[in-house]
Design a protein around this ligand. Structure first.
Ligand code: AMP
Length: 189
């Protein structure tokens, strides 16, 4: 199975759930810039303090900050056998930076899996997550902003990875197991 992976899709599409499953199945780390930023906010680091306001609103944290976080993580030795990028890159500038970072490490992405789910289902899932996890950016205004940010800034990456010949577009509707089967099929080398 391919092991240098990027999961792409709108907020609430199920990237995180599928990334955690792949971590267990493949024994490679999930790299979630969202998780790393939330940890920095919780720890009250200078970076966390800078990122908090953007995250609360549902806006993107500046590229330079996020690229630095991702680069440091990709240099950790546990990524040598593979990794699952979840929530990074989110802009063309981040995608270009990722290509440079990986090429310096002598690696390249093998698959970008984009999951798509109807928007009314996404919003419903995010509202439920707000109730269960209490994530402060799962409020109504932030949900709307994040959907718009995805459409405007992140969706163009679909064409970026199509041009690289590594894109697979999958239906993200249905149960977790159904989506898992589709993803596993797309990762068969
Ligand atoms: P996530 O958990 O991936 O949905 O990320 C939560 C929030 O963290 C996002 O709404 C952004 O504010 C911020 N964030 C996470 N990853 C990135 C990224 N690659 N670029 C910019 N902001 C990010």
């Amino acid at each position: 199975m391919l092991r240098r992976l990027l999961l792409l899709g709108a907020p609430g599409v199920g990237k995180g759930t599928q990334a955690v499953r792949l971590v267990q199945k493949l024994g490679i780390p999930q790299i979630s810039t969202g998780d790393m930023l939330r940890a920095a906010v919780a720890a009250g680091t200078p970076m966390g303090r800078e990122a908090a306001a953007y995250m609360e609103r549902g806006d993107l944290v500046p590229d330079a900050v996020v690229i630095g976080v991702a680069e440091a993580r990709l240099q950790e030795p546990d990524t040598e056998r593979g990794f699952i990028l979840d929530g990074f890159p989110r802009t063309t500038e981040q995608a270009q930076a990722l290509d440079v970072i990986l090429s310096r490490l002598g690696r390249r992405l093998e698959r970008c899996v984009v999951l798509s789910v109807r928007e009314d289902t996404l919003v419903e899932r995010l509202r439920r997550r707000a109730e269960i996890e209490g994530r402060s950016d799962d409020n109504e205004a932030s949900i709307r902003t994040r959907m718009e940010v995805y459409r405007r800034q992140t969706a163009p990456l679909i064409e970026y990875y199509r041009a690289q010949g590594i894109l697979v577009e999958l239906d993200g509707m249905g149960s977790m197991d159904e989506v898992a089967r589709r993803i596993d099929g797309a990762l068969a080398a």
